[in-house]
Ligand binder design. Sequence first.
Ligand code: FA5
Length: 377
Amino acid sequence: MSAPNKSYDPVEVETLKPEEIERMRDEALAAFAAAGDLDALQEAKVAHTGGTSPLALANREIGALPPHAKADAGKRVGQARGAVNKALAARQTELEAERDARVLVEEAVDVTLPYDRTPSGARHPLTTMMERVADVFVSMGYEVAEGPEVEAEWFNFDALNFGPDHPARQMQDTFFVQGPEGAGAAEGESGVVLRTHTSPVQARALLDREPPVYVVCPGRVYRTDELDATHTPVFHQIELLAVDEGLTMADLKGTLDHMVQSLFGADMKTRLRPNYFPFTEPSAEMDMLCYVCRGESVGNPDRPCRTCSSEGWIELGGCGMVNPRVLVACGVDPAKYSGFAFGFGIERMLMFRHNVEDMRDMVEGDVRFTRPFGMEI
Ligand code: FA5
């Protein structure tokens, strides 16, 4: 800025002359009019309204004028700056409108055009796992049988020899659609539940067919379990039922071994531990050799196995010889026929077959979980 211009020397304030101010204004207006796009306008804006623009510098010179000249000069500069800002805003609006109109044309999308990049869908790994297991039995001549998910309490419990006071019948274990004593149920009438296992399909299959019966029953089941890393209230089971003349525990064990060998490799085997289910007698819990360590982690601290907690075995599900009371309830003569059955959870199997640590990943529907399983259709 110039030094205080006590004697008002017009030479020192050349920049504040009316014609100079007009020139600065006209140059700014011309630059704005010449700006062909918003980038060019931005450059012109900095040059003509920025802190080092001619008008801004002229404005600073006002302070150097003697008091009587300040008002005049201030008015001139102020009017010029006002005109420049107005022109800038008008050109800005004009160029923005031009840009918007251009974008609308240039980026127009013809939504009627055929789209050639539709990502192909894939079935959920639980579905493919369930079908893979079912296929093992289909290839042995078993038939796939299905039953309803909303099931009569009679099929889910009574036909399977669950006593009237069995804990599984309580509300805290089973989703009742219509309770036995609930609204809408007549005295002595069976309630309606979301099936808690695939075993009711055993009873349905026996009532629908004459023995010999060989069925595999995959499906969705429901329990009032909280969703956590190892439980979900909606999960999948696969059930096997064979009823024929002369079937024994040896047939059951051979069938289980064949299944795990088909799914996990020829060196796989199963073991049975005594257990109790009302619909099988005797009953057993079935374990398979740990898929990851093949039992080698047992007693071997150098090779711990997280999958089986170094136990060497993984619990797969329940099994046993069909209880004769179930055969009778379904009209099959237990003196002539015997049978075996087993059932297990598909989520559990997917967990240890693919090292999935949290069951919640399976139910949340995030494609980042399903994608690594491949896009098998
Ligand atoms: C049963 O459901 C019997 N119906 C199995 C059976 C069939 C026994 C035929 C004898 C003959 P269990 O309640 O143990 O058994 O469940 C079987 C499997 O379902 C379990 O081993 C587990 O893998 C799976 N499972 C049970 N609850 C859940 C849950 N909340 N979330 C995920 N999987 C579960």
